[in-house]
Design a protein around this ligand. Sequence first.
Ligand SMILES: *Cc1c(COP(=O)(O)O)cnc(C)c1O
Length: 379
Amino acid sequence: MKFGTKAIHAGVHPDESTGAIMTPIYQTSTYVQDGVGNHKGYEYSRTLNPTRHALEKNIAAIENGKYGACFGSGLAAIDCIIKMLNPGDEVISTNDLYGGTYRLFRTIFEKYGIKFHFTAMQDASAVSDLVNENTKLIWVETPTNPMMNIIDIKAMSAIAKSCGAWLCVDNTFATPYLQNPLDLGADIVMHSVTKYLGGHSDVVMGALVTSDDAIAAEMYRIQNSSGAVTAPMDSFLVLRGIKTLHLRMQRHCENGEKIAHFLKGHAKVDKVYWPGFEDHPNHNVAKDQMRGFGGMISFTLKGNKIEDAHEIVKKVELFALAESLGGVESLIGHPATMTHASIPKEEREKSGVVDSLIRLSVGVEDVEDLIADLEQALS
Ligand SMILES: *Cc1c(COP(=O)(O)O)cnc(C)c1O
């Protein structure tokens, strides 16, 4: 089955008791049993709920995996994976990791004796250099935020296999429409469903997908034991959102490409970071592992003045100034004072987050209107 068909049909069936074509919102905590131990597959909604179950099967299918699990947020999904590790285990990850993931690793799990390394993963040899007998997990995010670096998933998979570690890919930015990490050798895929999968900026949720039986058993055990599950109503909203994921992503990509080119040709713009450009340092890897380049773009201004960046994010009218990404509406952000404000200036500048850097999450509006809005704000 191809992607769009799976997005609409995988995991969902008309309701047997009424014929309702849409999966009902099973707003229930428990399920009546006919006799002790005699139930219909559902006992308690922390363990399993029919609406969430349909969504978990759907997300597993669009990521070409066997098992899916949904959580109360993207960070709760990441929390589940790190809980599979033991004290003394080591994790290698990228140095421009999503800030919330970095905080979870450093301020929660380090004190349980798990060690985290961060490096520029675009360079595979930098990763190999950190491998030792305690390496249990390689954690990849690609494209990265906000610099849009591309990490070679196949190369990371080769390193993980050589040392017996798991490879997990945070696929939030690319979505399964553009990139399927399991097909490229990853053991686990993670999503902040909050972003493109939900797609309408109305739900906070996370998900994991794997095809490995042993990892899946641990994933469901921790999901049930820690209890960071997602609600039936939210599961319903995301099931509805995913039905148009392929249509939205197609438009995000088309609009992203036009806006990236518009920015590159603008006199006030200095650098544009978007993996679709041939002169992007990792363009060939992006072309190899992605089916399109998406709607996330970062750019800097000539002169690199923070006041200029602040003025632009204030002057735009269609682009909303907000954190988050991946919704149908276009968003604009200023990493140095928003998402990356807690990182010291010298540190963030090393990874490219300079004062004038602006990040766009290009929505699915008419692109002429978006370009006109950026043009008036820049001039
Ligand atoms: C937002 C985000 C997360 C965290 O997800 P939440 O749903 O906000 O908990 C993790 N990784 C990436 C790349 C994100 O953009």
